[in-house]
Design a binder for this molecule. Structure first.
Ligand SMILES: [Zn+2]
Ligand SMILES: [Zn+2]
Length: 383
């Protein structure tokens, strides 16, 4: 069965590469991926999938289904680009490999039953499209979710940080900064105090945690005491418990600065909290064997690679999931750069699509062997 799958993906090579390069050459920002969504759904429809568009109320999201009922295995496609650098994250490779795996899996469904879904998940970068989809119940009745992200190493597990955005504002009192400074309340000073407190706090937080932000309003003119200041921050931690602890500590920095300066504090936490990645090790083990059988060397998760956040973390909390990465560039190339965007359109990038699609569809064969889904589910429920 795995040989058939590899053949199917080889026979799609030209189409998959064309899809990938079209998306790459027409970068679209999150929630605006109309072309990518159209190209991907057309290809899936042409290959016998039933396509629903606008899933979870998101215009560019889609669900393409082949077969019926359970088990229901999902391949996730991302296709949003970054401002200015285009596909510096290589989502075009994620999209092409997901549809390739989906189409190849038709053969498995015909033999073994169940259904395969290619889910188009928009706006991974910054807007957390999958968080909306999880909230809308898109992942109910799904047994396993998989996607492969391009990278500089082949890895089958990944760590992602829980992340919470914070918006803060200080309201002070404007006054002439030279003539009547005693009548003013300085909202910018309040913000600077808070940032300084956070810098002190940073010495005493866990190594993987991150607090970073920008000041988006720091006043109007040097001769006016700033009556208003504003900032946006991200607070990140390895798990939700420590994230909650850290959120309280960060908030204390702002409250303290409010008391010290006399400026009134207003804040709100962003609606979209990114969850940490819960790797299903049973699934990861199956994927690893398949990826190695294609001649790729798989590395253990490498902390030098650094930690970010992904909305796949939220999916992994509700469905047994993996988010492996496939090497398409040398280790020195940094992700989210023009160099990585170039790699996403290179020969190595194209081989990445083929191998990722093959390994995902081959893993689906393993998942549908007797007893395997129970094992995957058992692991999911126990941790
Ligand atoms: Zn990215
Ligand atoms: Zn990405």
């Amino acid at each position: 069965m795995k040989l058939k799958i590899k053949d199917s993906i080889e026979s799609q090579r030209e189409h998959l590469i064309k899809l990938s390069l079209n998306i790459h050459d027409n970068p679209e920002l999150g929630f605006k991926e109309e072309k990518a969504s159209t190209w991907l759904t057309s290809y899936l429809e042409d290959n016998g999938f039933y396509v629903e568009r606008g899933v979870a109320g998101l215009t560019t999201a889609f669900r393409a289904t082949y077969g019926q009922g359970s088990p229901r295995i999902v391949f996730l496609a991302e296709y949003d680009a970054l401002p200015k650098i285009g596909h510096g994250c290589g989502q075009n490779i994620i999209a092409a490999s997901a549809v390739g795996a989906g189409v190849a899996s038709k053969y498995i469904i015909d033999q073994l039953g169940g259904s395969v879904v290619v889910l188009g998940t928009p706006a991974e970068e910054g807007f957390g499209g999958k968080i909306d989809m999880v909230k809308a119940g898109t992942f109910k009745e799904i047994n396993v979710a998989m996607m492969v992200h391009p990278n500089v190493l082949n890895m089958v597990t990944m760590q992602a940080l829980a992340c919470s955005p914070l918006e803060v504002e200080f309201f002070g009192q404007a006054a002439h900064a030279a003539a009547q400074p005693d009548r003013g309340i300085n909202a910018l000073d309040a913000m600077i105090l808070a940032f300084t407190s956070i810098n002190s706090l940073r010495q005493h937080i866990k190594a993987e945690a991150r607090i970073h932000g920008i000041i988006t309003d720091g006043g109007e003119a040097p001769n006016i005491v700033p009556a208003h200041s504003a900032a946006t921050l991200f607070i990140r931690a390895l798990n939700n418990d420590y994230l909650d602890e850290l959120k309280d500590k960060v908030l204390n920095c702002f409250t303290g600065a409010s008391i010290a300066s006399g400026a009134r504090l207003e804040y709100h936490w962003g609606e979209k909290t990114y969850s940490p990645m819960k790797n299903n090790m049973t699934l990861a083990g199956l994927f690893k064997q398949n990826l190695e059988s294609l001649g790729r060397h798989v590395e253990a998760f490498d902390p030098r690679f650094g930690l970010g956040s992904t909305d796949m973390g939220n999916v992994s909390q509700v469905v047994p999931s993996i988010h492996p990465t496939i090497a398409i560039a040398p280790f020195k190339v940094l992700i989210h750069t023009p160099e990585f965007a170039a790699a996403a359109a290179s020969q190595a990038g194209q081989q990445g699509i083929m191998d990722a699609a093959k390994a995902m569809a081959m893993t689906m064969v393993d998942i549908l062997q007797p007893g395997m889904l129970d094992k995957i589910k058992q692991e999911f429920n126990s941790g």
